[in-house]
Design a protein around this ligand. Structure first.
Ligand SMILES: Cc1cc2nc3c(=O)[nH]c(=O)nc-3n(C[C@H](O)[C@H](O)[C@H](O)COP(=O)(O)O)c2cc1C
Ligand code: SF4
Length: 496
């Protein structure tokens, strides 16, 4: 008998029995109530028209939806190995957690990775390595036109807005940045009281000018001047695009758009708030150069940069050529990898749009060198930088400084449950829900954030000393080796 027929049959035979028995024997009706709820759900399933599974499999069909809803957890707890989880595998998450807890991050018995896989990257150690005494792990950002250069750590917190993250997460990040003396980017949601916890701040101008806009959404010079000249603001970043959703803009869902966020962003509360794919203040390289100049002057001469995910190489070359011709340079360019993170984005954008980080970073570094702009413009890189090796690799491939977003989210307690867009983040990181945020204790998490930063830099200097490197200037791409199979190597040579 088909489940649908079985259900209809039993609701005319078994259900009346369960109603009749307690009355006949004078027993409690609680079982009757429970069974009746099941039958009522079943009849609702049969009669609704949206979900075929429920019409064909009344009641039991719900298990399919329940299992789908908890599939990230099932996958993480029972299916994933230590090295095949995505976007971050268990081994990497454990590493970040141990570093955040200031515990040794040792691994027993040997590697679990396949070192013979095509494209596997590794570095060659010195035969007689010495302890590395790095002269500095800071880089000066600020070219000729900048009167207030910033001494940046080589590893900082990447842009994540208040809105995407809750207030406790934002405060914890900033306190962590203060303890560890590195910088914290506001993201496109603007400056909030939660950012002002004493840590250095990079103020981001998003495509919707949130926090610095007039009633029509246009950039407002005076409001921007007021905020950007605050002492704790060390640099300004103009966002062109983000690796996880280049050319798409963003959405703050109505559920997350609380009156407080709406006030800070200067929008209507409890409405879906869209940021456009591009800022209306500039629609060409020349206009962007003029905007950089305007923003730098308004901020009183602080370093101003742009953030983008590389798409069309020709467009980028045109952009930097215009910078050169106009004599107006950004102080830094942040290259965001296509594999970068987001609070929410359409899946086609996260999966198929934008250049992968490593390729983009090498391209930007080379392009700036070719035009003789490398001394003028610093390169910041973001894209899964969360360990000593990933930091070293990015610096070898051309970055001066790296930013991390999701690594710092793990330090805040994120468990990769992949619900950042629902306002139901179970760890209180990416939610505005106060009850869920109760789980996140800022005093604890800010120390974890600082520990993660400190121990990642320590791991970086340890690896560097193993390579015989004792200065940031000595890092270059020849230090990174890549394993290719013979067939692959032949194909690569033929491509060249
Ligand atoms: C929750 C979340 C919110 C983000 N918000 C912003 C944002 O407001 N502006 C921006 O430029 N990038 C934003 N990003 C992108 C990150 O700043 C970063 O560029 C990207 O995630 C790559 O770094 P990662 O691989 O270390 O996460 C966000 C990322 C995440 C995960
Ligand atoms: S734990 Fe929170 S922040 Fe982390 S992935 Fe899940 S929803 Fe996003």
């Amino acid at each position: 008998m088909k489940p649908r027929t079985l259900f209809i049959w039993s609701s005319f035979t078994l259900w009346p029995l369960f109603i009749a028995i307690p009355f006949y024997f004078g027993q409690s009706a609680s079982l009757t109530i429970i069974i009746s709820i099941f039958f009522l759900i079943g009849w609702y399933d049969l009669l609704q028209t949206k979900r075929s599974i429920l019409r064909d499999y009344p009641v039991v069909g719900h298990f399919r939806y329940i299992l789908r809803a908890i599939s990230p957890e099932i996958h993480q707890y029972f299916v994933e190995s230590n090295t095949n989880g995505v976007p971050f595998d268990k081994e990497s998450i454990d590493l970040i957690n141990k570093r955040s807890d200031d515990k040794p991050a040792f691994h027993p018995f040997g590697t679990e990775r396949n070192l013979y896989k095509n494209g596997y990257e590794w570095v060659a150690h010195k035969m007689f390595p010495k302890d590395s005494n790095f002269d500095t792990l800071r880089v000066t950002i600020g070219g000729k036109s900048c009167s207030k250069p910033y001494q940046s750590s080589i590893f900082n917190i990447s842009a994540m807005s208040f809105g995407a993250l809750g207030e406790r997460a934002v405060s914890s990040l900033n306190i962590g940045a203060r303890i560890g003396q590195f910088s914290h980017n506001t993201g496109e949601g603007g400056l909030t009281p939660y950012h002002k916890q004493g840590g250095d701040i990079v103020l981001q101008i998003g495509t919707a000018n949130f926090g610095f806009r007039d009633e029509n959404g246009n950039f407002h010079d005076e409001i921007f001047r007021e905020k950007s000249t605050l002492d704790e603001i060390k640099m300004i970043e103009i966002k062109l695009s983000q690796g996880a959703k280049p050319g798409h803009g963003g959405l703050l869902p109505a559920a997350k758009n609380t009156p407080e966020i709406a006030k800070i962003r200067m929008v209507q509360p409890y409405t879906d708030v869209f940021s456009p794919p591009t800022n209306a203040e500039f629609d060409s390289p020349k206009a962007l150069a003029a905007f950089i100049d305007r923003v730098r002057k308004l901020s009183g001469g602080k370093p101003v940069g742009i953030k983008l995910c590389i798409g069309n190489k020709k467009e980028f070359l045109e952009l930097i050529t215009v910078f050169k011709d106009e004599g107006i340079f950004p102080d830094f360019i942040t290259v965001d990898a296509a594999e970068g993170g987001t609070g929410a984005a359409p899946v086609e954008y996260t999966d198929y749009i934008g250049m992968r980080g490593e390729e983009a970073l090498k391209f930007v570094d080379e392009a700036l060198r070719e035009l003789g702009l490398r001394e003028e413009i610093r390169v910041i890189y973001s894209g899964k930088v969360f360990s000593g090796f990933t930091l070293l690799k990015a610096l070898c491939f051309g970055a001066d400084v790296c930013n991390g977003a999701r690594g710092f989210m793990f330090a805040l307690g994120c468990i990769q449950s992949l619900r950042c867009h629902t306002n139901r983040c179970p760890t209180g990181v990416a939610t505005q829900d106060e009850t869920l945020q109760n789980g996140l204790v800022s005093q604890e998490k800010s120390v974890r954030v600082a520990n993660f930063h400190k121990n990642t830099l320590k791991a970086f200097t340890d690896i560097a000393s193993t390579l015989g490197v004792s200065s940031l200037n000595e890092l270059n791409s020849s230090l990174i080796h890549t394993t290719y199979s013979k067939i692959h190597e032949r194909l690569r040579k033929r491509e060249k």
